[in-house]
Design a protein around this ligand. Structure first.
Ligand code: NAD
Length: 342
């Protein structure tokens, strides 16, 4: 990961211009993440809801484009950030790719395999960089865990246990019509919240097989699940568990515990909080392997993405990576017999 995007790619004489599609909750994170980021300039925003887009543009000193086409027609926009409801990611991303814009797509990449595949193919055909957000990968604790796993410092991994005990009120689901729907949210605790950790599991251990899963809607008036649990089996034989909820009042830390034959580690909200390796003193919460607080994760990933585009490197988190995380979530639903078959 580098500290700032390259503006010195072949022939680059100005910062990357970024355009936002969608001006809701996550767009605010982008505005904060990009503020003062070397080599990046937020230019314009579009939103179908002018009552959301206009004040957002005014607050951040951006142009407000009523139409997507207007934003896509801007020569100074090099990169389009897709910050709309999840089930619209591929549609918007494809339009931007066809206009020759590089893409930053929020998680999940979309909510069906078919839409994700179309987006990946469309970006490749247009020759643009397709990046999917997974800001958890940028936590120093998570990166340390990955390095330790690559070194096989824990021996053979035998158990991987992940718990995402979050809380979302009914007011959260009621705050936008797309939330908690199959068509646009694509799912609940597994798809919207758990997908962060589905991606981490794939990145750290390779995509697991789903042995069993169970979902339910217990405490919200929504179509999708608010509690979910899955049993996993990784290449190499380790067993795993992914549990996610949006009903666990008041919400707790995400715990990812890895047990191996020669050591164990625990991540809490992306910070390494405990490392035990055979024959060594336990390491407790080393400050250099903590977690990034929003918007720092987005800032780190956006910086890395722009550096990669400037240097002609592949996307740090690619469309295929986004597809793998989505496919794992859809496999969980399939195993649980939950929701539409996708
Ligand atoms: N990485 C993260 O930690 C994180 C956190 C929150 C949300 N997200 C993702 O960001 C996406 C948006 O979530 P949000 O919470 O910001 O939603 P939101 O409802 O707050 O904002 C979405 C905005 O998109 C606009 N919009 C809808 N359709 C549009 C279209 N066709 N063209 C232009 N604008 C359109 C809406 O009017 C709204 O203002 C989701 O995919 C979500 O999963 C990611």
């Amino acid at each position: 990961m580098s500290s700032g995007p390259s503006s010195g790619g072949p022939g680059r004489s100005r910062p990357f211009g970024l355009g936002l599609v969608g001006s809701g909750v996550i767009a605010t994170t982008y505005a904060a993440a990009l503020e003062g980021l070397d080599g990046a300039r937020l230019v314009a925003v579009t939103d179908v809801d002018a009552a959301a887009g206009e004040p957002f543009a005014a607050a951040h000193g951006l142009a407000y484009d009523r139409d997507l086409d207007k934003l896509l027609g801007r020569e100074e926009v090099d990169v389009v950030c897709v910050c709309v409801p999840s089930g619209l990611h591929a549609e918007i991303g494809l339009a931007a790719a066809r206009a020759g814009k590089h893409l930053v797509v929020e998680k999940p990449i979309d909510v069906t395999r078919e839409a994700a595949r179309e987006l990946i193919a469309g970006a490749a055909a247009a020759g643009v960089s397709l990046n999917v957000i997974s800001q958890q990968r940028y936590n120093p604790g998570v990166r340390r865990a990955r390095a330790l796993l690559e070194e096989e410092a824990l021996g053979r991994v035998v158990v991987v246990s992940t718990s995402v005990p979050w809380y979302r009120s009914q007011a959260y689901y009621d705050s936008a019509a797309w939330r908690g729907t199959w068509s646009l949210d694509g799912g609940g605790a597994f798809m919207n919240q758990g997908v962060h950790y589905a991606d981490l599991l794939c990145w750290l251990f390779g995509p697991p097989q789903v042995s069993a899963a169970s979902c339910a809607t217990l405490a919200h008036d929504i179509e999708v699940e608010d509690v979910a649990l899955a049993l996993l089996r990784f290449d190499g034989g380790a067993v795993g568990m992914l549990e996610a909820s949006t009903t666990a009042y008041p919400g707790g830390a995400v715990v990812l515990r890895v047990n191996g034959t020669r050591g164990s580690l625990v991540l809490e909200d992306g910070a390494l909080v405990r490392l035990d390796i055979e024959g060594q003193e336990p390491v407790l919460a080393p400050p250099e392997y903590g977690a990034l607080v929003m918007p720092a994760g987005h800032r780190a990933q956006l910086s890395d993405i722009l550096s990669a585009i400037g240097d002609g490197r592949p996307p740090p988190v690619s469309g295929e990576d986004g597809y793998r995380a989505l496919a794992l979530v859809l496999d969980l639903y399939r195993s649980a017999g939950w929701g539409p078959v996708r």
